[in-house]
Ligand binder design. Sequence first.
Ligand SMILES: O=C(CO)COP(=O)(O)O
Length: 244
Amino acid sequence: MRCVVANWKMNLTSDEAKAFCEDLLGRFAPGAGTEAGIAPPFTLLHQVSGLVRSKGIQVFGQNGHAEPKGAFTGEVSMPQLRDAGCSGVILGHSERRQLFGETDAALAKKVKAAWQWDLLPLLCIGETLEQRDAGQTLEALGQQLSILAETGPGPLWVAYEPVWAIGTGRRAEAAQVREAHAFIRTELQRHLAGTEYQVPILYGGSVTPENFPELLGIPEVAGGLVGGASLDSRKFAELVRQAG
Ligand SMILES: O=C(CO)COP(=O)(O)O
């Protein structure tokens, strides 16, 4: 299975989202084994899911709170994401970890909450430039995946997003992606041994239609989690086409 997910981050208004979805659907031609997803900001979830879910495109939240409801001003819960039309939720994006202090302990709770509400977690992991320069890349990835020892097994997608490659135009080199994805696969096999779960590992960080075919040729790269290029419906449609 191949997966391509658009992470719109804090971008687009409803008019822009409508234009994006209409244009995308006019070009949309996924291969049989390709899953496409869009992760809009909370304000656009309902609208986007209404436009694309009947065409087989999944909708993801960009974050979700571990509690189902209550006094958590500014937060959105997993059942609310479901209610807005989501089938999955991005968890642990490096922007959430770095800018909003999200910890592995909090993420373990969020992953469990997502499962409880039948949402597919798309767990993001990745090393910072400091960790890579210090030779601690695999250690950092192993640490971020160790929450699976606490959550136990369940359906999951993982995205490897080296922090230094996000929004920088500096995509990780093939050898770096190959090493990271192989390590993630080994760790997932260890955590999910004896279970039925097949976890696709996506790459994220400055993915474009120019570099995606090469990335897809790397073993264990099952697709992409795309930021900047996913705001352009033509580019996103092309990435989905390339994945198929
Ligand atoms: O963070 C990302 C997707 O979640 C990647 O963003 P860019 O594609 O803009 O580098």
